[in-house]
Every structure is written in C-alpha cells, then in structure tokens.
Design a protein around this ligand. Sequence first.
Ligand SMILES: *[C@@H]1O[C@H](CO)[C@@H](O)[C@H](O)[C@H]1NC(C)=O
Ligand SMILES: *[C@@H]1O[C@H](CO)[C@@H](O)[C@H](O)[C@H]1NC(C)=O
Ligand SMILES: *[C@@H]1O[C@H](CO)[C@@H](O)[C@H](O)[C@H]1NC(C)=O
Ligand SMILES: *[C@@H]1O[C@H](CO)[C@@H](O)[C@H](O)[C@H]1NC(C)=O
Length: 482
Amino acid sequence: MAKINSFYALMVVVSLLTSRTLAKCPVASVCAIAHAGPSIGREVVYENTNFHTHAVTLYVTGKHSNIAVLYLTDATGIVQPENKLLADSFGRAGYLTVAPDLFNGTPAPAGRDPYNPNYNQTEFLARHNPKVIDPMIDATIRYIRNVLGINRIVASGYCFGGRHAFRVLAEGRGVSASFAAHPALLQDDEILGITGPVTIAAAENDFAMSTDQRRHIEDRLLNTTQPYSLSLYSGTEHGFGVRGNVSIPQIKFAKEEAYFQAVRWFDSWGKAARNQYHITVSTRKTTSMSDTPIIKGPGYNFTADPTTSTFTVSPKSYLAANQNENYNVLATGSLVFDLSTQPEPRILLLQRSPGDSMPNRWETPGGGCDDEDESILHSAARELWEEAGLRATHISGPVGEPHLFRSRSGKKICKFNFLVQAEVNSKGHLEVKLDPNEHQKFVWATLKEVQEKKVNDIELAFTTADTENVILEAFASINKDH
Ligand SMILES: *[C@@H]1O[C@H](CO)[C@@H](O)[C@H](O)[C@H]1NC(C)=O
Ligand SMILES: *[C@@H]1O[C@H](CO)[C@@H](O)[C@H](O)[C@H]1NC(C)=O
Ligand SMILES: *[C@@H]1O[C@H](CO)[C@@H](O)[C@H](O)[C@H]1NC(C)=O
Ligand SMILES: *[C@@H]1O[C@H](CO)[C@@H](O)[C@H](O)[C@H]1NC(C)=O
C-alpha cells in the first residue's frame, strides 16, 4: 500500500509539472494560411484620387481593424490568385488588408519564368516606375485613412512591391512598419530613408537580389537607426514568399515562415505609428453641370502632426464612426499665429460682416465641413483659404475640447480648433485677403490685447465665450512650445 501511495504522489507531482510547463499553446497556426482555393475579398474602385492619378482598383479583405495592412504585390499583380490568397491570410491574422492593382489590369505574366519571351522586363519596369506607382499607393493610403477610417498602416511587399514597402516608410508617406519579401531594385537612399521598422525575407537563390546585393542591403540596414531584421531561407528562389511551389516541403515551410515573420513584425511594431502623414493634394476639383473640372482654391499642400490623426478622415466617415446625439454636423476653426512678432506672438482674428448673423462680432477663420472635403483637416485648410486667403502649410492640435453648439437653423454642430501655420508671401509676411461677404476687418492681436478685448481703438466682442477661451488656450499652448 505504502508503495502505491508514493507512486500516486509521484504521479501527481509529474502531472502538475507537465500542466505548468508543457501546456500546449497555439503558436503560429498554419490554419490562417491558404495556399490554394477561392479568395474571399472584394474589389473596389477608389476614385477619390488626387488630380494626377486615375482611379485605383483595390482588393480589400479581412475585418475592420485598428491597423491595416497595405499589401504591395509582385509584378504579377492582384489578378494572380496567390496574391489574393496571401492578402486573405493577413485578413485572418486580424488585419484589414488592402492591395492596390498597381498595374491597372495589365501585370507581368504569371509564369514563374522571368525570361518569358513575351515579357520585356525593361519595358515593364520603365512603364511602372516609382513616379507612376507612388501616387497609386498614396491614393490607397488615403482610401485606408479616409474611407475605412484606419490611421495606422503597415506594409507587406513582394519583389516589385518589396521595394515599395521601403519607399512607403519614408518620412511623410504614413506607413509605420514594413515587411519585404525578396525585394527587387531596392536603392540605397530608400533603405537609408526609412522612418520605421523593417524586416526582410530573402531567398537563397534570387536573380533579383544576388548574395552581394543582399550583403550590401544588410550593410545599409546597419546604417539606419530603425529596428530591422533579415531572414534568409535555404532552398528558396525569387518569389517564394507568394508563389513558392508549396508541394516542395522546404519551400512550403519558407513561404509560411515568411508570412509569420510579417505578422509577428506587424504585431510587434505596427502600433508605433511614428511616421507622420504628409498630405499633398495638388488641387481641389469639383465637377460642374457641363462636366468641366473647376479648380477651386489653392493647391492644398500641408503637413499634419500625428496628434491630428483622428481628423485625417473625411467628415462623413468621422460622423459615421463617432455617432453622437449631441452633434450631426462638423466644423473647424483655425488658430493662426504670426510668430515674426516674437516675443509677442499675434493671432489672426476676423470681424463678421454687419449683415451676417452675429454681426460685427470677432472670431477665428473657420466654418462648416463640406461632404466633399477630403478630410477634416482639409476643411480647415479650405476655410482658411476662402476666408483669409492664406494657404495652410502645417496643422497641429486640436486645441481644447470641441465646441458644441446649435446653428440658427437648428443644426447640432461640433467644432474642432487647430493650430494652423500658413504660407508667407515673397516678403515673408502673412498676407490676409478677406472675403467681403463674410468679414469686414481683421487684426493680428497679442495675448494682452485679447485679454483686454481691445486692439488700438478697436473693441473685440467675440462671437462666443468658447471662441474667446480657445484663443486663450491657443496662446497657452504656443507659449509652452517656445
Ligand atoms: C525591351 O524594351 C526595351 C525598352 O523599351 C527595348 O529597348 C528593348 O529592345 C526591348 N527588348 C526586346 C527583346 O524586345
Ligand atoms: C554606414 O555606416 C558605415 C559604418 O559606420 C559608415 O562608414 C558609412 O559611411 C555609412 N554609410 C552611409 C551611407 O551612411
Ligand atoms: C512543384 O513541385 C513539384 C514537386 O517537385 C513538381 O512536380 C511540380 O511540377 C512543381 N510545380 C510547378 C508549377 O513548378
Ligand atoms: C509642397 O510644399 C513643400 C514644402 O513647402 C514643397 O517643397 C513642395 O514643392 C510643395 N508641393 C507642391 C505640390 O506644391
């Protein structure tokens, strides 16, 4: 009996140990990956592009997420089933994934032979150079931000797209971390220019990246201050990350492992989102009855602080994502300082027309967002141009809490206030040009003048207490920065 008891005692200890140390956890499960079968995403055509680009066709797959994957295909494009399937696999990893058709429906032939006689690679690459591809990718980024309402973006690129996974990590492009499988044509300045973490999956035998080139790339990675990693997969050839022959076990392993490499990279680094989004929209375009484009307002060309990222979505998508019984219309106000008068910065104030509502009251430039505005920040830039003739160059903030109020017609308005820097004229001055229908006068007021509500002999009666408060808050926030 005694013997049996100690045997049981031992069993209990052993089973406790096993349950604590050998419990099975789901590590990278290959069930997320589909190598074959039908794809599950949808194609959409995004037309809200800048003046220079045509509409872009996008393959969209996966559920809404906080971070989106920008999937940049190899030269075989989104028509290649393996690209769609791999995009779907990122969707199953929890990332809404968007793959632009970089080649407008005419990609390189899908055959695995790069020396296919029907395919002139020199000509293909010349036609799809970065000057052509960058705007399509930028349009895709705008779609992810403005239509899908996702501000954090990571990129996964293959061969042709691998180079672009580096390019989108450059300052201002808006991607925060990248994965590149067997990137082709990668340039030194593209590696040195990254502003976010990058990881590479390299093939042992790659006609587009020789061993010497790979070592050269490693040396350039050593030059960056960004986190990086590079994995070299034996038995693989160029293209294995997407189109590897998965009936060969070593290649199947490498393809799956490269996928996990990307997912783990995004899980670890995607939240960083340090890469500031630089909005460059050349013109505002509306279409008249006769269908001729009317170019209204200046070229919008401004940068925005990461703190404004919530407002880089269109007013419509903001309202859809933030349903609130207290407001149904959005508005913006611009707090513009003339800092050339330091140590006494001055803020731009406008006096309303005698014939308008709240006649003769003082306010900052601003107004309601239009449905056509590309983002809430664009609304602020547009109003600043229309009301004061100033072009926004940089937007930061918001300053203070949003202002909630009702218009005379009963609209429930939510107004955000931003610090806006504007372009100076050739003499270095901020040159204000009023719209006489809206405003009769402007002043550049110091903090003391705002507090005393008097600039020389002009009395400043503000539109609302909120307006007065946000002006004071704006002075406090710029004084903190200087
Ligand atoms: C491929 O295209 C390039 C550039 O257009 C051209 O110079 C070259 O002759 C072409 N090669 C073949 C084999 O057609
Ligand atoms: C990269 O780093 C090496 C070693 O520190 C240095 O010699 C080289 O000049 C750097 N190259 C560039 C392009 O920054
Ligand atoms: C994939 O590899 C298998 C096994 O070596 C081979 O039979 C098959 O032809 C290959 N498929 C392609 C498309 O190369
Ligand atoms: C946008 O502004 C930057 C910085 O002022 C300037 O270098 C760039 O040329 C401008 N781009 C356009 C399209 O106007």
